[in-house]
Write a protein that binds this ligand. Sequence first.
Ligand SMILES: *[C@@H]1O[C@H](CO)[C@@H](O)[C@H](O)[C@H]1NC(C)=O
Ligand SMILES: *[C@@H]1O[C@H](CO)[C@@H](O)[C@H](O)[C@H]1NC(C)=O
Ligand SMILES: *[C@@H]1O[C@H](CO)[C@@H](O)[C@H](O)[C@H]1NC(C)=O
Ligand SMILES: *[C@@H]1O[C@H](CO)[C@@H](O)[C@H](O)[C@H]1NC(C)=O
Ligand SMILES: *[C@@H]1O[C@H](CO)[C@@H](O)[C@H](O)[C@H]1NC(C)=O
Ligand SMILES: *[C@@H]1O[C@H](CO)[C@@H](O)[C@H](O)[C@H]1NC(C)=O
Ligand SMILES: *[C@@H]1O[C@H](CO)[C@@H](O)[C@H](O)[C@H]1NC(C)=O
Length: 185
Amino acid sequence: MATDKSSHRGLKICLGVTVLFTLIFTTVIVTLIFTIFKPKDPIITIHPIIDLGNINFSNVTMDMDITIENPNYASFRYHNSTAYVNYRDLIVAEVPMQAQLIPARSKINLTTSADFMVGKLIEDPNFWKDFANGSLNFTSMATLPGKVAMLKTIKFKGTVNNWCDISVNISSKAVDSKCISKIKL
Ligand SMILES: *[C@@H]1O[C@H](CO)[C@@H](O)[C@H](O)[C@H]1NC(C)=O
Ligand SMILES: *[C@@H]1O[C@H](CO)[C@@H](O)[C@H](O)[C@H]1NC(C)=O
Ligand SMILES: *[C@@H]1O[C@H](CO)[C@@H](O)[C@H](O)[C@H]1NC(C)=O
Ligand SMILES: *[C@@H]1O[C@H](CO)[C@@H](O)[C@H](O)[C@H]1NC(C)=O
Ligand SMILES: *[C@@H]1O[C@H](CO)[C@@H](O)[C@H](O)[C@H]1NC(C)=O
Ligand SMILES: *[C@@H]1O[C@H](CO)[C@@H](O)[C@H](O)[C@H]1NC(C)=O
Ligand SMILES: *[C@@H]1O[C@H](CO)[C@@H](O)[C@H](O)[C@H]1NC(C)=O
């Protein structure tokens, strides 16, 4: 009888300690997530490689160097997706974004190429106006759905949204791009 009672008590203490530790562990993790691990937006830069010499208004593929910097203490892996380049509300290029893993607090470089639908572009009278004026402005939009992983164990879904303003100077062939990225968990 006595041993039975004490083993019951032992079980209760054991359960209590387990619950307590679980609570402490959860609190620590949640605190970490909202402090050190507070998600920061990635920094994405794009460098389209313009080769206007090759534009013969039939088919243009443009290479792009993309740098993605992940300032977080968590890695981010995104799935295959597609970015779109717009010219004045018209989708003029699709850019395949192959799945990548960006480790915590690191930077990756990747290259991809955009296939421009030149036919659509040259049908727009604004294109010729802008071309004559010396600069072409584009915007791009990418949605990268993926997974955020902390300490290789805590994983959850996250999506990075990216928008860029791309300005091409026709005469100097210089490309200026400004991007904004946001991570949504
Ligand atoms: C125009 O594009 C086609 C197909 O991409 C290519 O075969 C041809 O050499 C190009 N012409 C010039 C003048 O660049
Ligand atoms: C246009 O480009 C695509 C791939 O980017 C290629 O498969 C196709 O042959 C090209 N068309 C012409 C006419 O060059
Ligand atoms: C992602 O794209 C690459 C290259 O386009 C392809 O080899 C791979 O199978 C794709 N992965 C998925 C999950 O679709
Ligand atoms: C990425 O490219 C930039 C220049 O384009 C270079 O300075 C940097 O070292 C590269 N980083 C990696 C990880 O390859
Ligand atoms: C032509 O370019 C100038 C300088 O970039 C700009 O201020 C002006 O608005 C442009 N005009 C048109 C019609 O786009
Ligand atoms: C393109 O953007 C640049 C800078 O963002 C601006 O100075 C220029 O006027 C714009 N051009 C057109 C045609 O909108
Ligand atoms: C394009 O670049 C040239 C040379 O750098 C500059 O003189 C010109 O003002 C630029 N044009 C536009 C529209 O920004």
